[in-house]
Design a protein around this ligand. Structure first.
Ligand code: FMN
Length: 364
């Protein structure tokens, strides 16, 4: 813990510091979602609709939250999710994400639409890393990214598949927030719209990299993904930033897990802000949880030490939760540790931090 960030005793304090540091444009881009932001709220609703069933008297004097990520040891079952334009939250952009990931010991999934890019981010820190692509070109263009990812130590390749169209982010539109990276990111968007299962198969046949499909939201597509031999089915609705009126990710998770039936890893993201949130997903059967906004908030609060501190606090929350559930490791968690229960707060992007009150609550 650095001296500067040791002052953050709760994740909520990191949220407050991030908000103080960001201008309204980047703040709206960070917290906002598509149109009515119903999907954003449903992500939280799904997590808030799960309660724990703790077991007691089970010697939990030693507890570990360690996990594995594609076979490699990591400190927590989480990854830093891909963030386009992360440089609008922290000057050194994805280099800061990579340094924090390496320092703390969790993997980074690098977005193809952020700075400083695939090669420089790999050079910035030796973090465990995977690469995420928005398809903006033909097969040769995609192959080039595949080769470069492999060459620069990315251990898997992710296609984000929930983005056939860029959505209408109303906070950005109303605030007239011009994203400097959008013009570049939008050129060639027709290739993403035309993306199909055939291209997934083509990539799998051609590249010796595990493939992750990020943005699977139904058991039907999870089944097709597994039939195409993908290594990871990543349940996500892009943090509610793409299709509005979707289901919460964690609500979809059990049926996807059932469809996959252990034939691939299942990861999930969407609304994860707390250690208890992470434990819920792992208890249901997910192998890894993506952190989107929470990671950005850490970076915006205090750059590399801010994200490291956010991860430390998350780890502390996870460890406390495991101990109170009567387990000593993530491997002991089962669906019997959770049960359905009605949420007690109105779900919103920040309903995980009720002490923030109205300021950051329902409005955000
Ligand atoms: C500011 C921002 C930028 C994002 N950019 C990308 C991106 O470039 N590629 C991608 O696959 N997902 C992107 N996402 C979605 C995240 O990877 C992740 O799926 C989502 O944020 C998870 O929800 P959460 O923010 O509630 O944790 C972005 C999310 C945010 C908040």
């Amino acid at each position: 813990m650095s001296e500067e960030t040791g002052q953050f005793l709760t994740l909520q304090e990191i949220v407050v510091a991030a908000r103080a540091n960001l201008a309204p444009g980047p703040w709206g881009y960070l917290v906002g979602g598509a149109e009515t932001e119903t999907t954003v709220r449903r992500n939280r609703h799904a997590l808030d609709s799960i309660a724990f069933r703790p077991r007691v008297l089970r010697d939990v004097s030693t507890v570990s939250a360690k996990a594995t990520f594609l076979g490699r040891p990591v400190r927590l079952p989480v990854l830093i999710a891909p963030i386009g334009g992360v440089e609008s939250f922290v000057a050194s952009g994805a280099a800061a994400s990579a340094r924090a990931a390496a320092q703390f010991g969790v993997p980074l999934m690098l977005s193809s639409v952020c700075q400083p890019g695939l090669e420089a981010t790999a050079a910035a820190a030796d973090s465990l890393r995977v690469f995420q692509l928005y398809v903006r070109g033909d097969d040769a263009w995609v192959d080039d990214w595949g080769h470069r990812a492999r060459e620069h130590g990315y251990s898997a390749f992710c296609f984000t598949v929930d983005s056939a169209s860029y959505s209408r982010r109303e906070r950005d539109l109303v605030g007239r927030f011009i994203k400097p990276w959008r013009a570049n990111a939008a050129s060639g968007a027709g290739f993403q719209a035309a993306l199909s299962w055939d291209q997934v198969k083509r990539f799998k046949d051609r590249h010796r990299l595990p493939v992750i499909l990020k943005g699977i939201a139904t058991p039907e597509d999870a089944e097709i993904a597994v039939r195409h031999g993908v290594e990871v089915v990543y349940v996500s609705n892009h943090g509610g930033r793409q299709l509005d009126h979707g289901l919460g990710s964690t609500a979809v998770l059990p049926e996807v897990l059932e469809a996959v039936g252990g034939r691939a890893e299942v990861w999930v993201d969407g609304g994860f802000m707390r250690g208890t949130d992470v434990v819920k997903a792992i208890a249901l059967g997910a192998r890894c949880v993506g952190l989107g906004r929470l990671a950005c908030l850490g970076l915006a609060a205090a750059a590399v030490p801010g994200l490291v501190r956010a991860l430390e606090l998350l780890e502390e929350e996870i460890t406390v939760c495991l101990r109170l559930l009567g387990v000593t490791s993530l491997a002991e968690l089962t669906p019997a540790h959770v049960a359905a229960a009605p949420p007690v707060f109105e779900p919103s992007a920040f309903s995980a931090f009720p002490l923030l009150g109205e300021d950051l609550g329902p409005k955000s």
